[in-house]
Design a protein around this ligand. Structure first.
Ligand code: ACO
Length: 430
C-alpha cells in the first residue's frame, strides 16, 4: 500500500476510506464518498474564514508564517526591497523571472504609455461629494474604467489581457492621485512620464504651480520600497476576492474593483488607518498600559497586530521600520512613532499577545510613514491598492489559465427551518 494516503474510518458506519495525499493536501471532493446512507450528500469540510483550505495551486508568492518568511517567485522580500525597484518587482511577479535591461525597458514603456485617463473620467470623479472617501472614489472609478474598455471582456485573448494589465498598472496611480486632489479641491495634475513610477505618483499628488515637479529622492525611494512590500501576499482576502469574482469570467476592471473593496475593510487594508486613529486615541506613552488592558478585556483589538498567516514578526514590518527612519530625516519625526515603539515593546512582553503569537504586521508602521509624507489617513488603503494591483492581476491570470479552476462557489451547512407551508398574512401571529 502506498503511504501517501490518509486512512479515514467513519465510526458511524465502521467503513474505512483511503484518501490520496498530494502536496500535503487531500481533495475536499474525496470526502464526498463518505456517507451513512447511499442517498446522503456526503461529507464536507467546514471551514469558515478558509483558515485551513487551499483554494488554488500557485507559483507566485511563498509565505512561511511561523518563520516570518515572504518570497516573491522565490526571491526573499528583504533582498527585493533593498536592491530592486517596484516596476522590476512587478515584472518578476507577473512573468516569474527578473527582467533583463531590455525587458524592463519594454515593460516600463508599456505601462508608462497608459498613465493618462480618458477625460470623461475626470467628469465622473468630479461628481463625488467634496469629502468623499478616496477609497470609495478609487473603487468606483476602477469599476467605471471597464465601460471605457469593453474589449477587456475578452479575457482569454493573451494580447488583450496584457493590454488591460498594462493599463491598470498605469492608471491606478492616476486614479488614486485624482481622488486625493479631489478631496483637497485641487486641480488634477497630469502624469509626467519622464519620472519613475513612484516619482510620477508623487508628482500627480503634490505638484502645484511649478513647471516640472522634482520628487524628493528619499521619499521617492521610500514609496517604491513600500510598493515592493505591498505588491503581493498570496491568497489574502482581497486576492481571494479577485480570484472569486474573476472565476465568473468578469472583466479585470470589475474584478479589481471587487478586490479593492475587500481591501477597504479595517481588518485588511484599512488597518493602517485604524492604527493611526488608535495611536491618536492613546495620545501619550503613559496611557499605553491602560489601553492594553482594555484590549485584553476584549474591548477592541490592537490594530496593526496579528495576522492570519504570520505567527512571527511580519518581515515587511521590519523593513518598514527601517524605511521610517529615512523618511523622518526628510519630513521630521512623526510623534506617533514613539507611542508605536513603546506600544510594540509592551505588547511583545505581555502574555496575552505572546500566547496568541500576535506580532506587528505590515500596517503597524506604514501609516506613520504615510502620515509624515503628507497623506491623510483616508488615503492609506488607496496607497495599498496601487502596488497590490499587480499582485491581484497576476493571481487573476494564474486562476484563468489554471485548468483545474472552476467558478468559485462554496457550499454551506444549512441549519434553517425544514420545509413548511406558506401562511397567509392574516393568520400570522406576531
Ligand atoms: N488584538 C488583540 N487580540 C487579537 C488581535 C489583535 N490585533 N488579533 C487577534 N487577536 C486575538 C483574538 O481575539 C483571538 O483571541 P482568543 O483566542 O482569546 O479568542 C486570537 O487572537 C486569534 O485571533 P483570530 O481573530 O482568530 O485571528 P485571525 O487569524 O482570524 O485574525 C486578523 C487575523 C484579522 C489580522 C487579526 O489579527 C486582527 O484583527 N488584527 C488587527 C487588524 C489588522 O492589523 N489587520 C491587518 C492585517 S495585515 C493586512 O491585511 C495587510
Amino acid at each position: 500500500m502506498p503511504n501517501d494516503t490518509l486512512s479515514i474510518t467513519d465510526n458511524r458506519t465502521g467503513k474505512t476510506y483511503e484518501i490520496p495525499v498530494v502536496d500535503d493536501t487531500i481533495r475536499a471532493m474525496d470526502l464526498r464518498q463518505i456517507k451513512v446512507n447511499a442517498g446522503d450528500f456526503g461529507l464536507m469540510p467546514y471551514d469558515p474564514g478558509y483558515t485551513n483550505t487551499a483554494a488554488c495551486k500557485s507559483r507566485i508568492t511563498f509565505i512561511d508564517g511561523d518563520k516570518g518568511i515572504l518570497e516573491y517567485r522565490g526571491y526573499p522580500i528583504d533582498q527585493l526591497a533593498e536592491k530592486s525597484t517596484f516596476l522590476e518587482v512587478a515584472y518578476l511577479l507577473y512573468y516569474g523571472e527578473l527582467p533583463t535591461k531590455e525587458q524592463l525597458q519594454t515593460w516600463t514603456n508599456a505601462i508608462t504609455t497608459h498613465t493618462l485617463l480618458h477625460e470623461n473620467t475626470k467628469g465622473f470623479m468630479g461628481g463625488f461629494h467634496h469629502d468623499a472617501h478616496p477609497m470609495g472614489m478609487f473603487i468606483s472609478t476602477i469599476a467605471a474604467l471597464s465601460t471605457f474598455y469593453p474589449e477587456a471582456k475578452d479575457i482569454f485573448n493573451p494580447e488583450t489581457r496584457l493590454r488591460q494589465i498594462n493599463r491598470l498598472m498605469a492608471k491606478v496611480p492616476t486614479v488614486a492621485a485624482f481622488a486625493f486632489r479631489h478631496q483637497l479641491g485641487m486641480p488634477y495634475a497630469y502624469p509626467d512620464n519622464d519620472l519613475s513610477y513612484s516619482g510620477n505618483f508623487l508628482n500627480m499628488l503634490f505638484k502645484k504651480t511649478e513647471v516640472k515637479f522634482q520628487p524628493n529622492p528619499v521619499l521617492e525611494r521610500a514609496l517604491d520600497v513600500l510598493f515592493i512590500l505591498h505588491a503581493d501576499h498570496e491568497q489574502s482576502c482581497s486576492t481571494s476576492s479577485m480570484r472569486l469574482v474573476g472565476s465568473a469570467q468578469t472583466d479585470p476592471y470589475s474584478c479589481l474593483a471587487a478586490a479593492a473593496a475587500a481591501l477597504y475593510g479595517p481588518l485588511h487594508g484599512g488597518a493602517n488607518e485604524a492604527v493611526l486613529l488608535m495611536l491618536q486615541e492613546i495620545g501619550s506613552k503613559d496611557r499605553i498600559p491602560e489601553f492594553i488592558q482594555k484590549i485584553k478585556n476584549g474591548q477592541g483589538r490592537l490594530m496593526g497586530f496579528g495576522h492570519r498567516v504570520y505567527k512571527n514578526y511580519d518581515p515587511r514590518a521590519k523593513i518598514i521600520k527601517e524605511t521610517a527612519d529615512q523618511v523622518f530625516e526628510v519630513t521630521g519625526r512623526n510623534p506617533l512613532l514613539d507611542i508605536a515603539i513603546e506600544l510594540e515593546r509592551i505588547a511583545l512582553q505581555d502574555e496575552y499577545f505572546v500566547k496568541r503569537r500576535l506580532y506587528p504586521n505590515v500596517d503597524f508602521y506604514s501609516g506613520i510613514i504615510y502620515q509624515a509624507m503628507g497623506f491623510p489617513t483616508e488615503m492609506f488603503p488607496v496607497l495599498f491598492a496601487i502596488p497590490r494591483t499587480i499582485g491581484w492581476l497576476t493571481q487573476w491570470e494564474e486562476m484563468l489559465l489554471d485548468e483545474e479552476q472552476k467558478i468559485g462557489r462554496p457550499r454551506q451547512v444549512y441549519l434553517g427551518p425544514t420545509q413548511r407551508d406558506y401562511v397567509a398574512m392574516h393568520l400570522r401571529s406576531q
